[in-house]
Design a protein around this ligand. Sequence first.
Ligand code: FES
Ligand code: FE2
Length: 359
Amino acid sequence: MTYNDQSDVPTPRPPQPRVFDGWYVVKRSKDLGSTPCAVTLLDQRIVLFRNELGEPAALLDRCPHRNAPLSLGRTKSGALECPYHGWRFATSGECVGVPGSCREPGHPSRKAVAFSALDQDGMIWVYARPDCTPPGRPYALPYQAEAGYQHVHATLMMEGSLHATAENALDVPHTAFLHRGLFRQPGSSPPIEVTVRRWHDRVEAEYVGEPRPGGVLGRMLAPQGGIVTHFDRFILPCVAQVEYRLGPKAHLIATTLLTPESDYQTRLYGVVTFRLPIALPGSLISSIAKPVAMRVLRQDADMLARQTQNIESFGEQRFNSTELDALGPPILRLLERAERGELEEPTEQPRTRSFTLQL
Ligand code: FES
Ligand SMILES: [Fe+2]
């Protein structure tokens, strides 16, 4: 194979690890009402709706009768009604009505494929493997009910794999280049000690001795400057989280919940939870911080799209990492192991490695 193959045959995009045994966000709770709506998770088209108790439900968006999209239907008495012949389905997927038939509707062959769905922390979560009982609950967002904390939400689509998007959200070295001037300046920091800890289902990098990040966001977090405590973490299958602490008061946790709609389309549900040393109204913080944060996110989105286009045109994903790529390689290994169902045994003590970083 050559790198400049001009043949007309399109190269397939290299497949990405897909973790079906996990909970993912598919919608914000406030955006799901009684009207059914279509979402996509790992290339599975899913219809969401709420029953008469307001509980969320998720079925494969394909009627078992003649395959009409159930998302074009409506809810009636807590069941989802197909728009074609009116079969009705309960949240479990069981068929509870066949209009015109005098027989019992609930034959097992008429059951719609069903996914477990939950409303938690203002998000609708779906377990990606259908027709099974999930072994646990979704990741619980931290500090949601804690006094003194404020929360900002944002949703964005990235043209990039879950792995590339998670790495980007947690990657420190690119911030001084791609976001030059907005977040960090190249050559501006003293050496920072980095410790990477890996458990069976998560990996975390701790940065010790890091000065407060520059730019308006850093100044709001810590007006006096100083040294921050900084953690970046990835938790299977979809949580990328950045945590900053400075002194007893300033605390910020940016949690990005990553939803792989397909191998190279990842929707971000971001929740920034923070407590500032000075009391400022939420609307003022939002009006100052949001434009900068959105500029940073747009730079990331643009680079991820270019990276994806390049991987597609070269037909392969070939990475060459150094120790500075603290989390990208272990995230990929975690995803690949989880896809194969081969996670290591849980242990109390993480595996640890350390290095020094100078930005
Ligand atoms: S296709 Fe759904 S009821 Fe016929
Ligand atoms: Fe970035």
